[in-house]
Design a protein around this ligand. Structure first.
Ligand code: GLN
Length: 187
């Protein structure tokens, strides 16, 4: 199983380490030639969605990745990655892949609460540790989007066909269950 991790900006190394610890082969997507390779799953890490969105266009990776997502490659997206997938960003005129029928709000927790930790359910998984860093949340979801987690009534994780997306950062903690769930989508 070969997993490609978008590695133009942000917290990609932590995803790579976690996936490798679970036995996956990991490659980094840094340039156009990297996205032309065959791979079985895609990770869109946290970071700064505006910077990532700009770089993937400038590096000419955007169309190829969008097509792969639309064609059904399993995707794990965290934080900025969720913003890259969202069909609509309520407080930004930009949009990126727009393959996930949700509306997200960037930096939704405001300056007072830039970062916080909590635990919650993630679909059938219980007491999943969740680290939020200048996180978005999901304001509304389209048809057929499965809501996996809510924190204080806000939607923070969803699944839609091949796309598993969340506001928080499972890769920064030691619980590997979400990454295992993602690898399970590849079988
Ligand atoms: N605030 C960032 C954005 O808007 C996301 C933060 C993160 O990925 N930790 O892109």
């Amino acid at each position: 199983m070969k997993i490609a991790v978008l590695a133009v900006q942000g917290a990609f190394i932590e995803h790579e380490k976690m996936l490798a610890s679970l036995g996956a082969e990991v490659i980094e997507l840094r340039k156009k030639k990297d996205v032309l390779q065959e791979f079985d799953g895609l990770v869109l890490p946290g970071g700064e969605s505006t910077v990532q969105g700009k770089l993937i266009r400038e590096l000419d990776m955007f169309d190829i990745l969008k097509k792969k997502i639309e064609d059904g490659i399993p995707v794990l997206a965290t934080c900025a990655g969720l913003i890259l997938l969202a069909e609509k960003i309520s407080n930004d005129t930009r949009k990126h892949f727009a393959t996930l029928p949700v509306t997200v709000m960037r930096n939704a927790y405001g300056r007072q609460l830039e970062s916080f930790y909590t635990e919650g359910d993630f679909g059938k998984l219980k007491n999943v540790p969740m680290e939020f860093i200048r996180a978005p949340y999901i304001e509304s979801v389209g048809e057929d989007v499965e809501i996996l987690s809510k924190v204080d009534d806000n939607i923070v994780a969803v699944k839609y066909n091949n796309q598993l997306a969340m506001s928080f950062h499972p890769e920064l903690l030691s619980d590997t269950r979400i990454h295992e769930e993602f690898l399970g989508m590849l079988i």
